[in-house]
Design a protein around this ligand. Structure first.
Ligand SMILES: Cc1ncc(COP(=O)(O)O)c(C=O)c1O
Length: 412
């Protein structure tokens, strides 16, 4: 919904900012619950949720109060000192997750780097892998962030072009989704294992790749393989965790427990960046003083917000809502009978709609939805993600479905 005011901001951002994103042409100024408003006062329903970071809704009043109270008291200390909010946060997160120990960072990529370091130290000091030989197996189509180490093991050329040289120690196996041969995928992981393998690192559902849900049993088979070969299973639940798939963690759908878990995004209650690596003490205790850290990691402000955000997952029934309304939303989208749609897939309130490329590309469809007051984002050329805040209501979903149906039928 272009206007002179919006054009001005878009021009300014383009003139002075790096062009490492291609945002939809709308300039936002306010958010409340599932809604966002642009600088001209137009209202939109948010189906992006900052790539699944806004599970609690925009400007949650309890989280605003928390950020206000805590920032007036104590915001940043570094971990040169102990603080009450950090200790309380660690206690709650370990209780809720069942993991013994937590190491807190800020962004998702930093928590993935932490997991890599933890896996390597465990490999050298617990498993006895020779110095500098440790290997981690990842899945094709992965997305774990944007550091040079992480993009180095991405299979997406655009993420890595011109950024080499990359770190050694990563090998890629075959992810399993959409009718894949599960045995073949597990075999592909098994074939990459050698005496230097310390971990398998995967997303339980690949978000950035287009909400690719693995075939049932895949994680369970990976767990068995890791147990058999004495290697760690580390899950990146930065996007899938904290209720997004309808359970606290996506691994709970498969009834397994990983050795390491990576969280981020929604942990900060849509207020602050905070991420974490969780594991047993046996793994975590390989970090000693001076071996890893972050100036802002575990700061009292983010810790207090994350503590409140974890409590609100239950107080606001966000996990149940994601489970119940996620199924309803997915089934309603699957019921839209139109050749433009190739497949609708997902879990909880995290749904990917794959389009027939010959009909329309995903970015153009997002632009049409924007004109109807629905903010959506494509991933790659053919998939639109629907990931609303987890406090969305059935009425709001019905409204969105009406708009999506209207836009899609207008194309045919
Ligand atoms: C699965 C996964 N891992 C890691 C990241 C990186 O997180 P951040 O952008 O906070 O570094 C993302 C972000 O989209 C993600 O989806």
């Amino acid at each position: 919904m272009s206007s002179r005011l919006q054009d001005e901001y878009i021009k300014k951002e383009s003139m002075y900012g790096a062009q490492n994103y291609s945002p939809l042409s709308v300039v936002l100024s306010r958010g409340e619950g599932v809604y966002l408003w642009d600088v001209d006062g137009n209202k939109y329903l948010d189906m992006v949720s900052a790539y699944s970071a806004v599970s609690h809704g925009h400007s949650h009043p309890e989280l605003i109060k928390t950020i206000k109270d805590q920032s007036e008291k104590l915001a940043i200390t570094s971990r040169a000192f102990y603080t009450e909010p950090y200790a309380d946060f660690l206690e709650l997160l370990t209780k809720l997750s069942g993991f013994e120990s937590v190491l807190t960072m800020n962004t998702g990529a930093e928590a993935v780097e932490t997991a890599i370091k933890a896996a390597r130290r465990w490999g050298y000091f617990s498993k006895g892998i020779s110095k500098d030989k440790a290997e981690i197996i990842v899945a094709d189509g992965n997305f774990h962030g944007r550091t040079t180490t992480i993009v180095g093991f991405s299979s997406e050329e655009s993420y890595k072009k011109g950024f080499g040289p990359f770190a050694n120690g990563f090998v890629t196996a075959k992810f399993c989704w959409s009718g894949c041969n599960l045995t073949e995928s597990i075999k592909s992981f098994a074939n990459k294992i050698n005496k230097n393998t310390c971990a398998i690192l995967v997303e339980p559902i690949q978000g950035e790749a287009g909400i690719r849900v693995p075939d049932k049993g895949w994680l369970k088979e990976l767990r068995k393989l890791c147990d058999k070969e004495n290697i760690l299973l580390i899950l990146d639940e930065i996007q899938s965790g904290l209720g997004r798939t309808g359970k606290l963690f996506a691994f709970q759908h498969e009834d397994i427990i990983p050795d390491g878990l990576i969280l981020g995004k929604a942990l900060g209650g849509a207020m602050m960046p905070i991420s974490a690596f969780l594991s047993s003490k046996e793994i975590m205790n390989h970090f000693n003083s001076g071996s890893h850290g972050s100036t802002f990691g575990g700061n009292p402000l983010a810790s207090k917000i994350a503590t409140r955000a974890l409590q609100l997952l239950y107080q606001d029934f966000l996990i149940e809502n994601s489970n119940n309304l996620g199924s309803y939303f997915k089934e309603s989208l699957q019921a839209i009978d139109n050749k433009i749609i190739k497949e609708v897939r997902g879990m909880g309130l995290w749904i990917g709609m794959e389009l027939n490329e010959s009909k329309i590309n995903a970015k153009d469809l997002c632009l049409l939805l924007l004109n109807e007051g629905l903010l959506c984002k494509e991933t790659h050329k053919t998939v639109i993600r629907f990931a609303p805040p987890l406090m969305i209501t059935k009425n709001e979903i019905d409204w969105a479905i009406k708009k999506i149906t209207k836009v899609i039928s207008s194309i045919e």
